[in-house]
Design a protein around this ligand. Structure first.
Ligand code: FAD
Ligand code: 2HG
Ligand code: ZN
Length: 474
């Protein structure tokens, strides 16, 4: 039951946004439940501002009432960072109505979009101008550019174009005090002090609310070549990566590795996708080359690489996509692993990174450790090998009660995997962020001085602790 202050706040929010955009009743599960259906929160209200000015007024009203705010884009985050907690006291601020493309500057190769713009629409706006916006991930049909920046999303083209961070030139941000920071610069060089853009990117809604961004565009490549290769081991996949880098140079755009069990789940739940070669090898690799030279020349080089890899034995078999449609199907298979895992049941996710050179040893050691400590565990190992970033995921033993498995084993599995990551010099989160799922164990794996600096930054920018409390820092 909202108290008097909350009721006053709701009145103010309705004055600012209009009745229709302050939701307190009906089915709010799209905003209150996380994508993995692991947690359900309860908001005091879901507010849907339509402009930066409205966001600023909402933040000011909440700050005055000492009510905390949770920013949300497409709600596809995987670490329970963008839904309200269960208290019914937080305001869920959805950016979805702020979805305009503000401008495109073809000469400057930049695009300025509002935070709630769906990633796929950003890609389409670039394509309509004959340009490329390269950020690409499985959730692109519903995640937003604001969410991508708030989580510093990676995806499948990081090898060549970098994370969301590398693609961002400027931000417009509403601060915890409700001021607007106007930083929508299309400048590639600007050394006038601290780069606050980089503080906001990856801050998961805890330092400010991103309302718009200026992003980099690229010329469209003339040729894209995609291959799917069966490899005898993780070590062979790493060797193939080295060969691909040597032969394709900067043209190597994506390099994804997928374990046999991950592909078996796709085959089981989506047989119509016809997963190639998955029964032939413990791992498959999906690699892409994009080039500005002619298709024929690029294809010659790509096929030469695969011949060498076959000769050297680091590939046992391979198929090359003959058309854009075939290439899209191969990527679709890769991007269906997350959904196939969800179909199979609740699971434990990891988005760890280790130096590429130690990935084979990391996988061998961690596979053995988990097999010994958690009988029957099924490993769904796949991810962005080219970036040293694996989704070293864990599915409950066949036929067991998944909720009971998570209750009894999730903490142990996380501990074993994270300790292994630490031994191999890695990070416990390379992609999805900390959210509320990893907040408790961050102090065990983050440098204490860095963590203390993070706390001081949070205190300085959000002294009331109103922006997404309990996420990233507890
Ligand atoms: P939300 O889920 O709404 O929010 C995520 C976080 O950002 C929350 O902490 C939220 O408070 C904050 N936030 C959202 N918008 C704003 C804003 N405007 N200002 C400040 N804070 C904000 N991630 C990857 O990195 N790589 C992948 O390849 C990848 N693949 C995925 C595939 C699937 C099928 C799914 C479901 C998720 C995947 N993700 C991946 C995870 C996820 O991080 C991304 O989907 C995306 O970046 C989240 O965007 P969103 O708009 O849905 O954000
Ligand atoms: C991907 O790379 C995403 O497909 C999701 O980051 C990973 O489901 C996952 O664990
Ligand atoms: Zn990923």
């Amino acid at each position: 039951m909202p108290n008097a202050t909350s009721l006053d706040l709701l009145i103010t929010l309705r004055e600012v946004l209009g009745e229709a955009h302050v939701l307190t009743e009906g089915d709010l599960s799209a905003y209150e439940q996380d994508w993995r259906k692991r947690t359900r929160g309860k908001a005091l209200a879901v507010v849907r501002p339509g402009s930066t000015q409205q966001v600023a007024e909402v933040v000011k009203a909440c700050a005055q009432a000492h009510v905390s705010l949770v920013p949300q884009g497409g709600n596809t985050g995987l670490v329970v960072g963008g839904i309200p907690d269960a208290t019914g006291t937080q305001v869920l601020l959805s950016l979805q109505r702020m979805n305009a493309v503000r401008s495109l500057d073809a000469d400057n190769l930049t695009l300025t979009v509002e935070a709630g713009c769906v990633l796929q629409h950003v890609q389409e706006a670039a394509a309509q101008a004959g340009l490329l916006f390269p950020l690409s991930l499985g959730a692109e049909g519903s995640c937003t550019i604001g969410g991508n920046l708030a989580t510093n999303a990676g995806g499948t083209q990081v090898l060549r174009y970098g994370n969301a961070r590398e693609l961002c030139l400027g931000l417009e941000v509403v601060t915890a005090q409700g001021e607007v920071m106007h930083g929508l610069s299309g400048l590639r060089k600007d050394n006038t002090g601290y780069d606050l853009r980089h503080l906001m990117i990856g801050s998961e809604g805890t330092l400010g609310i991103i309302t718009a961004a200026t992003m980099k565009l690229y010329p469209l490549p003339a040729a894209n070549l995609t291959a799917w290769a069966a490899v005898p081991s993780v070590a062979h996949a790493v060797r193939l990566l080295g060969l691909a880098q040597q032969h394709l140079g900067a043209g190597l755009t994506g390099f994804e590795m997928m374990g046999q069990f991950a592909l078996r789940l796709v085959d089981k739940h989506y047989p119509q996708l016809r997963v190639p070669l998955w029964q032939e090898a413990p791992y498959c690799v999906l690699l892409e080359n994009s080039d500005y030279e002619s298709e024929a020349h690029a294809r010659e080089r790509f096929e030469h690489l695969l011949e060498i890899a076959l000769e050297e034995g680091c590939v046992s078999d391979a198929v090359v996509a003959e058309s854009l449609g075939q290439a899209r199907n191969l990527w679709h298979i890769r991007e269906s692993i997350t959904l196939a895992q969800a179909e199979e049941g609740l699971n434990i996710k990891h988005d760890i990174s280790v130096p590429i050179s130690v990935i084979p040893d990391f996988v061998d050691a961690t596979d053995a450790l988990l097999a010994r400590e958690v009988a029957g565990v099924r490993l769904v190992n796949f991810g962005h090998l080219g970036d040293g970033n694996l989704h070293y995921n864990v599915q409950a033993p066949e036929g067991c009660d998944t909720a009971a498995f998570l209750r009894d084993y999730e903490a142990l599995v996380n501990h074993l995997v994270y300790q292994s990551v630490k031994r191999f010099g890695g990070s416990i989160s390379a992609e999805h962020g900390v959210g509320s799922m990893k907040v408790g164990c961050l102090p065990d794996y983050k440098d204490p001085v860095a963590l203390a600096m993070m706390r001081r930054i949070k205190d300085a920018l959000d002294p009331q602790g109103l922006l997404n409390p309990g996420r990233v820092l507890d």
